[in-house]
Design a protein around this ligand. Structure first.
Ligand SMILES: *Cc1c(COP(=O)(O)O)cnc(C)c1O
Length: 236
C-alpha cells in the first residue's frame, strides 16, 4: 500500500474507535449522539493528515500554535477543503490579527485584555467570530484559564464586542483531578454562563483520556488528538 493509503486506513480505524467511544458515552448518558461534536486536534501533524481526516468526515479541527495553524489552514483552503478551525492554544495578543484571519472559533479566551484585542481585530465583521472562555476548574489561573471570580468580567467584555459571539466555555481537567469531579464543576460554571447569556451553550471538554467523563457531564465538543492521530513526538 502507498504511504498515504496506509495513513488513511490508520486514521479511519482510529476514527471508528473514537466515534464508538463517543456513541457509547452518549448512550450511557442518555444523550443523542448528535449532541457531541468531535474536534480533531491536529497539532504537530501535517496538513496531509488534516486532508485525510476531512475526507473521512471530520468537520472540525483544533490547533494550538498560530504559525502552524495558519500554514495548515492556508493549505487546506487552497485545496478547496472547508473546515471549521478551532484555536485551542495560549493566544498571545500579537498573534490575534493572524488567528482571526483563519479561525472559526477561538476556544482559549482567558483574559479581558485578550477579549478586548479580539474585539478590536473583529470589529465590523458581518458574521461575528465565535469565542469560548477557557475556564480554570481548580481556580489556579497559572494554568491558562479564567478563574470563577473573573468569569463575568471576561464574558461581559466578549459580549460588548460586535465582532465576537460568546459561544460558551472550554476547559482542560486539571492534572491529578478525577475527571468526573472536574467536569461536574465545569458543568456548574457553564450552566451559570448559559443562564446569563442564553446563546453560550457550547461546552468544549474531554480529550483522549477523559472524553467519557466529559460527555457524562454535558460536553458538546470533545477535543481529540492522540486517540485519533497517534502519540505526538514532542510534548506540547
Ligand atoms: C492537545 C490538546 C488536546 C488533545 O489532547 P489529546 O490528549 O491528545 O487528545 C485537547 N485540548 C487541548 C487544549 C490541547 O492542547
Amino acid at each position: 500500500m502507498e504511504r498515504d493509503e496506509r495513513r488513511r486506513a490508520e486514521l479511519a480505524a482510529n476514527l471508528v474507535q473514537v466515534n464508538d467511544r463517543i456513541a457509547r458515552a452518549c448512550e450511557a448518558a442518555g444523550r443523542p449522539v448528535e449532541s457531541v461534536t468531535l474536534t480533531a486536534v491536529t497539532k504537530t501533524y501535517p496538513a496531509s493528515d488534516v486532508a485525510l481526516l476531512a475526507g473521512l468526515g471530520i468537520t472540525d479541527v483544533g490547533e494550538n500554535k498560530d504559525q502552524e495553524a495558519a500554514a495548515k489552514a492556508a493549505d487546506l483552503t487552497a485545496a478547496g477543503v472547508r473546515l471549521r478551525w478551532h484555536f485551542v492554544g495560549q493566544l498571545q495578543r500579537n498573534k490575534v490579527k493572524s488567528v482571526v484571519s483563519y479561525a472559526d472559533v477561538i476556544e482559549s479566551v482567558n483574559s479581558e485584555r485578550l477579549a478586548e484585542a479580539l474585539g478590536r481585530a473583529t470589529a465590523g465583521r458581518a458574521v461575528p467570530l465565535d469565542v469560548l472562555i477557557q475556564v480554570s476548574i481548580d481556580g489556579d489561573p497559572a494554568r491558562g484559564g479564567v478563574i470563577e471570580n473573573d468569569l463575568w468580567r471576561v464574558s461581559d467584555t466578549v459580549t460588548s464586542s460586535d465582532g465576537l459571539r460568546l459561544a460558551g466555555v472550554m476547559a482542560v481537567a486539571p492534572l491529578g483531578w478525577d475527571p468526573d469531579r472536574a467536569f461536574e464543576r465545569l458543568a456548574l460554571l457553564a450552566g451559570g454562563l448559559a443562564e446569563r447569556y442564553p446563546g453560550a451553550t457550547t461546552v468544549s471538554a474531554g480529550m483522549s483520556g477523559d472524553l467519557e467523563a466529559a460527555v457524562r457531564h454535558g460536553a458538546t465538543h470533545v477535543r481529540i488528538g492522540t486517540s485519533l492521530l497517534g502519540m505526538r513526538n514532542s510534548l506540547r
